[in-house]
Design a protein around this ligand. Structure first.
Ligand code: PTJ
Length: 262
């Protein structure tokens, strides 16, 4: 595969570099072909949000960090896109919160599971759950290959972070009584709507923000962490994200230009 050099002066260099990263990890068998399309949908929403971490997203980040820290058995679920864009962030967050890391794929194959495990381990993960025979338990409510989970991981988790997820799984995990945290740029997605805590932000920004928030909150008392979660209202937070897009589009519609408004 020919590697393209993106000039750092290109006005959309960051976005192009993220694409290149996904293409590279697609070639390595980590990202699925559908993962490239999924990223395109995410990019479109990032454009609408102004490609920045909003105050609203930071509120959800704080609630999510508190949930992971108070969890008795927190697990971070990694798929192809999440591993390609955030392996280091996943490992850091797992270290700070004591969460386990488990591979769970929509387009499951033994090769992809192993490739993702290798990537996470090269980013510093000591152990990666859910690979091949280790995913020996089944969650009946979930369709397809994602129903296979590790009995030591997602099956017994009380808090699960499922970035860039499919709605059915988020819904089933929530129905099982687990706290479901997601990172999803689309506030209208079924995942965003079913999760307990939805961070409407790009995973490349949200994961580092989560690790920082978890590090800061790790010094706080459990009572304080529980209050942060009970004060958080996901429906309200999602409404705010939709309102932000709406207001931004209204402003852009008045000015008729994208470039000057940020
Ligand atoms: O690796 P696999 O086999 O498990 O497959 C993973 C994908 C992503 C293909 C699979 O889970 C899938 O089909 O997901 P969906 O249903 O397309 O949902 C992905 C969601 O993530 C969409 O709502 C996108 O808007 C959102 N999204 C895409 N890229 C990003 C994102 N959210 C945050 N950051 C991104 N970079």
């Amino acid at each position: 595969m020919n590697k393209i050099v993106i000039p750092s002066t290109h006005p959309r260099a960051n976005s192009l570099l993220i694409r290149e990263r996904l293409i590279e990890h697609f070639a390595k068998g980590i990202v699925s072909d559908a993962g490239l399309f999924a990223h395109g949908r995410g990019e479109a929403f990032d454009y609408l949000l102004g490609e920045r971490t909003t105050e609203n997203a930071l509120v959800a980040v704080t609630a999510a960090a508190a949930a992971l820290l108070t969890g008795k058995h927190p697990v971070i679920s990694a798929n192809g896109n999440a591993a390609a864009l955030g392996a280091e962030g996943i490992v850091k967050l797992a270290k700070v919160t004591g969460a386990l890391i488990e591979v769970n794929l929509f387009y499951r194959s033994a090769q992809r599971e192993r490739a993702i495990e290798r990537l996470l381990k090269s980013a510093g993960a000591q152990k990666v759950y859910g690979v091949n025979q280790a995913a020996s338990a089944r969650i009946a409510e979930i369709g397809g290959e994602r129903r296979r989970v590790d009995p030591r991981g997602i099956l017994k988790a009380d808090v699960v972070l499922v970035p860039l997820e499919d709605g059915d799984r988020a819904e089933a995990l929530a129905k099982m009584g687990k706290k479901v945290i997601t990172i999803d740029l689309n506030p209208l997605s079924r995942t965003a709507q079913f999760a307990t805590i939805t961070i409407v932000d790009n995973i490349v920004r949200a994961l580092p923000a989560l690790a920082i928030a978890a590090e800061q909150l790790s010094k706080k008392r459990q009572n304080r962490l529980k209050r942060i979660q009970s004060d958080f209202d996901n429906k309200k937070n999602l409404s705010e994200a939709i309102r932000l897009i709406n207001n931004r589009l209204s402003k852009l519609a008045k000015n008729g230009t994208y470039i000057s408004i940020h």
